[in-house]
Write a protein that binds this ligand. Structure first.
Ligand code: PGA
Length: 250
């Protein structure tokens, strides 16, 4: 009932020539073997329009990596959700831990960004996850629950919002959370969503992120409450990313 979503977050990587090459290879693989999962790429915003043009015959969809809380105005250097929608994005990641850490974004800002995404007709991928110190202190469940409660705006529903659980200590480190820990956190998030949006929790997609790769994807994606993956480093290699997409097939 929940189609897996495999999202590639390229972060600040890739010039036009690299991006076109990656997308051409992914599009060819998707054509040869149509993916069971929904496949989303979040390249740097500078590349979305050109990459989307090259992938228009493929099932690949596109998203942004961040958006502003407003749709326009005097905010030098920022990009709005409306602008992302205008160039063909259907998703935007908000509250990634690198934004929370490097740009001081707290749950209130993340909720405002998710609301801006919804207003622009985008699905918000809201990221949450505990730090190593929080996990070691036995606070992972509490921290993540607090982030989910505070980072979802009013009006968030299973159609316009995806949650991505990304333990901060697993991002870009090669360490993944154990399947048991992932299962526990995802189940807690789904229970919490039932409280926040009664009757909808079974429809929400909850992604896992943090060093997902071609070797560990199948085990993580087989967990009952894992509805896809948010993939950073491994999404830069089309063969590896395609293997993760294939692992999501039922
Ligand atoms: P990673 O990044 O796969 O490189 O750990 C995941 C993310 O930051 O979304």
């Amino acid at each position: 009932m929940r189609r897996h979503l495999i999202a590639g977050n390229w972060k600040m990587n890739g010039l036009k020539v690299d991006g076109i090459d990656r997308v051409e290879r992914l599009a060819a693989m998707a054509e040869a073997s149509p993916p069971a999962a929904e496949v989303l790429l979040c390249p740097p915003a500078t590349l979305v329009a050109v990459l989307r043009e090259g992938a228009k015959e493929s099932p690949i969809v596109f998203g942004g990596q961040d958006c502003h809380i407003r749709q326009n105005g005097a905010f030098t250097g920022d990009i709005s959700a409306a602008m992302l929608a205008d160039i063909g994005c259907s998703y935007v990641i908000v509250g990634h831990s690198e934004r929370r850490r490097d740009h001081g974004e707290d749950d209130q800002i993340v909720a405002a960004k998710a609301a801006a995404a919804h207003d622009a007709g985008l699905t918000a991928i809201v990221c949450v996850g505990e730090s190593k110190a929080e996990r070691d202190a036995g606070r992972a469940l509490d921290v993540v629950a607090g982030q989910v409660r505070a980072s979802l705006p009013g009006g968030a529903n299973a159609a316009n919002t995806v949650i991505a659980y990304e333990p901060v200590w697993a991002i870009g480190t090669g360490d993944t959370a154990t399947p048991g820990d992932v299962a526990q956190i995802h189940r807690m998030i789904r229970d919490l969503l039932e409280e926040m949006a009664p009757g909808q929790s079974q429809r929400f997609r909850i992604l896992y992120g943090g060093s997902v790769n071609a070797s560990n994807a199948a085990e993580l994606l087989a967990l009952a409450d894992v509805d896809g993956a948010l993939v950073g480093g491994a999404s830069l290699d089309p063969d590896g990313f395609a293997a993760i997409v294939a692992a999501a097939a039922p």
